[in-house]
Design a binder for this molecule. Structure first.
Ligand SMILES: C[S@@+](CC[C@H](N)C(=O)[O-])C[C@H]1O[C@@H](n2cnc3c(N)ncnc32)[C@H](O)[C@@H]1O
Length: 307
């Protein structure tokens, strides 16, 4: 289940213990190596590990921080990883780490990878698809700004029937090649996202990261660019209302751009579309610490009045 979610890196389970001593911790180790992270004071991990080693003479690896060891180290070695919370008197054991090879392959190993076109990290694409409520099997999911097809890949792997469109032929060809590389079905063609309803009606869901402005916008250009993006998004949301089935969902990225004196959010168009007949269900913000553009991910539902 956690693999399917996409956003998880590591999962630890609480182990019931009567007390936290080196002796009790030693009984929890059965692999060739172990690692103990003191959650309240990482620098105390070494002392604790040495005390356990005096009982269980095995190699230990020290954590760098209270996240413990990296998933790569855990997956490549046979290690019992324990976390100790002395204050709460709890011990946890790592029981799952993400399949980093799977995600790296999708991040960097696809035939078409172009960071300048604003490629979505695959784990974020997977999480966006997961924000659509309900069972994916056989439902129609469209990404009208599909770029190299990151969202389509994740949606097809989860069981959606996928369609992608993009204004630029080379992007359409990239998305087609990426899906084909992973042996995934999908229909992808050149089309303007603001006219989706000319081709489709009764869509179950739209999941998309739209055009977010030219790469390397100067801060003094942001104010003007954001007004243009607002018009584009509003046009799309009005058109997609006609293309979606009643109760259908939109999961869409709204960029937050940094201008000369302040940040500009593009999600204010949501207030305008609420009158058209969408309800906002969820809003989350995603950004890497060093990112120039932050992303608000918003889930809208078309109202059910036509049902
Ligand atoms: C931010 S990128 C999407 C990237 C994609 N999520 C990925 O991971 O590869 C936005 C895409 O929208 C396309 N685009 C811009 N304006 C469009 C429009 N009016 N209709 C359809 N696609 C458009 C661009 O060509 C670009 O590929």
């Amino acid at each position: 289940m956690v693999s399917r979610l996409g956003c998880g890196l590591k999962l630890a389970q609480e182990i019931p213990v009567s007390d936290i001593t080196p002796q009790t911790l030693a009984t929890l180790i059965s692999q060739r190596e172990f690692s103990i992270t003191d959650l309240n004071n990482t620098s105390a991990s070494q002392h604790l590990s040495e005390a356990v080693k005096s009982i269980q003479p095995l190699r230990f690896i020290l954590p760098k921080n209270n996240f413990g060891l990296s998933p790569v180290i855990i997956a490549r070695n046979k290690i019992d990883e324990l976390f100790v919370d002395q204050q709460e008197k709890k011990v946890y054991r790592t029981i799952w780490v993400h399949d980093f090879e799977h995600w790296i392959k999708k991040d960097r190993g696809l035939p078409f990878v172009n960071p300048r076109s604003g490629m979505l990290p695959p784990k974020i694409a997977r999480s966006m698809v997961n924000l659509v409520p309900g069972d994916p099997s056989g439902k129609l999911l469209i990404d009208p700004f599909c770029g190299s097809g990151r969202i389509l890949v994740e949606a097809a792997q989860l069981g959606y029937k996928v369609v992608g469109t993009d204004l630029i032929l080379s992007q359409v060809e990239a998305a087609q090649a990426n899906l084909k590389f992973l042996d995934l079905p999908g229909e992808i063609f050149v089309h303007d996202a603001t006219h989706l309803s000319e081709k489709f009606t009764n869509i179950d869901c739209i999941v998309t990261e739209p055009f977010m402005g030219k790469p390397n916008l100067r801060p003094d250009q942001v104010d003007y660019a954001v007004r243009g993006l607002g018009k584009l998004y509003l046009g799309c949301l009005k058109d997609w209302y006609k293309a979606l089935k009643p109760g259908g969902f939109i999961v869409m990225v709204f960029p937050i751009l940094t201008g000369l004196k302040r940040e500009y959010s593009t999600s204010s168009v949501i207030d305008a579309v609420k009158n058209i007949g969408y309800n906002q269900l969820t809003r989350v913000t995603y950004a890497r610490p060093e990112a120039r553009v932050r992303r608000e991910i918003i889930v809208l539902q078309k109202n059910n009045k036509n049902l």
